[in-house]
Design a protein around this ligand. Structure first.
Ligand SMILES: Cc1ncc(COP(=O)(O)O)c(C=O)c1O
Length: 346
């Protein structure tokens, strides 16, 4: 069996020796009591980076997003999302379960909400209709193939929402990828939202952890919901230390993942029956369309897995390959050769 090249997600990375050393040396305390100096340092740094008043370390991106929804809305309120948003499609319906959210999915454009459609969709509460209280944005967009939301569109949506008294939450699971690639700082993106969630356990390579940012009063309530969900952690500094290490060492290098993704995308787009929207391959995700009469996505996945290349299908006719910290340029060339080899056998 060849060595595995794991392109299933950027969450599959393992802590490097340097990160493990930072974990081992972390100063800790009981974070539920606010006593963990390393968690406090991470929260202060993330609040500063995003230009928000406060931050809260949470175990996962899902928990960060779902706490945000819970703090922003009351049960029955309407939440506007794009129809492929992670918050809407891939968090087990938690916004309905935990917050009683009435989700209103809009078509968007490959994951990017358009300001006109948001303006059109916002509804006032009436005797018959729920009122819109929250709009959720996602940057970069997972199902959109890692595409970057244009800043001006986000600003326009923020402007429309501010005028109507509606909150904006930004799912920035991969906001560092957007920032590095677009050359737009995290603070500028964060100004387009009242709350922002950023993951440390994706492209940045930390084993666990995300951070939610907002005003002091938002984070005070978020802390309470984190406790309700069982997300209050004790000596969590060992995890926060990995996040701090990741921020010191792994942000600028995201560019390498993006270059690897573009290299892979161009090669796969050259194979008959596969196509990749190259202009949308902007960061570390390669979304590949599989068109008939070629193989099904599942067949390709199985055959490439036998060659040591792991990735996931997105439905029946799409593949998703995600470049990450543990995949080198040489690995990408091995993956490309494996695809070409499989194609040549047909
Ligand atoms: C855009 C986006 N938001 C949120 C999440 C949830 O993060 P977690 O897996 O840490 O719950 C993911 C996970 O892949 C994601 O892609």
């Amino acid at each position: 069996m060849p060595e595995l090249i794991d392109l299933r997600s950027d969450t599959v990375t393992r802590p490097s020796p340097g990160m493990r050393k930072a974990i081992a040396e972390a100063e800790v305390g009981d974070d539920v009591h606010g006593d963990d100096p390393t968690v406090n340092r991470l929260e202060e740094r993330m609040a500063e980076l995003t230009g928000k008043e406060a931050a809260l370390f949470v175990p996962s991106g899902t928990m960060g997003n779902e706490i945000a929804v819970r703090v922003h809305i009351q049960p029955g309120d309407c939440v506007i999302v794009d129809q492929m948003a992670h918050i809407y499609r891939f968090e087990c319906g938690s916004a309905a379960i935990l917050s009683g959210a009435f989700m209103q999915p809009l078509p968007g454009d490959g994951g990017i909400l358009k300001a006109e459609e948001v303006a059109e969709a916002i509804q006032e509460e009436t005797l018959h209709a729920p009122g819109t209280r929250l709009v959720c944005l996602e940057n970069t967009h997972n199902w959109g193939g890692g595409c970057i939301c244009p800043l001006d569109g986000m600003q326009e949506i923020r402007g429309i929402c501010s005028e109507r008294g509606i909150a904006v939450h930004l799912d920035g699971a991969r906001l560092f990828n957007a920032s590095v690639e677009a050359g737009i700082d995290i603070r500028t993106y964060s100004e387009t939202a009242d709350s922002v969630m950023i993951c440390l356990s994706k492209g940045l390579g930390a084993p666990v952890g995300s951070v939610l940012m907002g005003t002091h009063s938002f984070i005070r309530r978020a802390r309470r919901f984190r406790k309700i969900l069982g997300g209050g952690m004790r000596q969590a500094g060992i995890l926060a230390a990995a996040g701090l290490y990741a921020m010191d060492h792994n942000i600028a290098r995201l560019r390498e993942d993006h270059e690897n993704a573009r290299r892979l995308a161009a090669a796969l787009d050259n194979l008959d029956g596969l196509s990749v929207n190259l202009s949308r391959t902007q960061t570390n995700i390669v979304a590949v369309d599989v068109s008939p009469p070629a193989h099904s996505a599942a067949e390709i996945q199985d055959s490439l897995a036998e060659r040591g290349i792991l990735f996931l299908p997105m439905g029946r006719t799409k593949l998703r390959l995600v470049t990450n910290l543990d995949v080198s340029r040489e690995d990408i060339d091995v993956a490309i050769a494996a695809f070409q080899d499989f194609w040549a056998m047909e």
